[in-house]
Design a protein around this ligand. Sequence first.
Ligand code: UT7
Length: 310
Amino acid sequence: MNAGVVGIGRYVPEKIVTNFDLEKMIDTTDEWIRTRTGIEERRIASDDMDTSDMGYLAAVAAIEDAGIKAEDLDLILVATVTPDQPFPSVACMLQEKLGATKAAAFDISAACAGFMYGMITAKQFVETGAYKHVLVVGVEKLSKILDWNDRNTAVLFGDGAGATIIGPVSEGRGILSFELGADGTGGKHLYQDEFVIMNGREVFKFAVRQMGESSINVLEKAGLSKEDVDFLIPHQANIRIMEAARQRLELPEEKMSKTINKFGNTSAASIPLSIVEEVEAGKIKDDDLIVMVGFGGGLTWGAIAIRWGR
Ligand code: UT7
């Protein structure tokens, strides 16, 4: 049985904070942020909207898109590093809000690679036949753990949520291969104390290497090559990191998802937000071969090669 994506949904807060707004708050410029990161604006959630609220709205959209009911869910996985509180998990909060009475539920802590970890975990349950419908949500309210006086981090991140339903798909389609990894020795480069602390240059070097390598590795594992790739969805952390991955796959610009300009780095939400944007824009079609690849604090990384379609 092949596991693939059978439903998608997303939610982003209404409030837009532009680089020009940030210019008024900290010592930075729109020019610096745009040229160094590719970010033009980001969404910031209101005080009364927490992580579980955004995750819920993305989940409702994905469940509807899959044509199922919340009671059909067997498992809820939520990738986040900004849960409402340490416990209960956001996944359990969603279980209640959705009325997904049959579903088991837990959170995944793998920072920006969390959504890849979630998709790959879901794939195992579906392919063994243990579960039929797994909800995987990537959601972050990073604005609540940012030091808004620290220009090294404040300009980079945004809030949002994306969700997929992972279930059985027709032959030839679905997740063909994956790679997951971690390097705890690099944990010191990106972590939360009270706020997010980051050694940008170290993370940058790691990311450029890892995004390219993991993309190539999943293609090899699937018995495919660069020429077979129709579209690339990289974690939206920095346009320069994304460009390095695209060049490694020798893809033209229009074959890579670029949503970082609108949303900034939304950590675990960035890949599912991109999925929804690109499907809606008609850039991802049935039977396309897509590579999705992410990296994050931990350090962690993950990638999949997926043949799109239900
Ligand atoms: O999801 C994973 C999360 N993290 C990442 O993906 C981060 C990966 N790293 C990066 O994206 C980049 O390293 C950054 C965007 C964070 C920084 O870009 P960079 O090209 O590595 O810049 P830098 O840290 O080498 O700094 C260059 C200059 C410095 O000034 P001097 O020392 O050359 O005078 C910084 O002080 O830019 C300065 N700078 C800024 N200037 C205006 C740093 N941040 C800002 C800012 N506005 N926001």
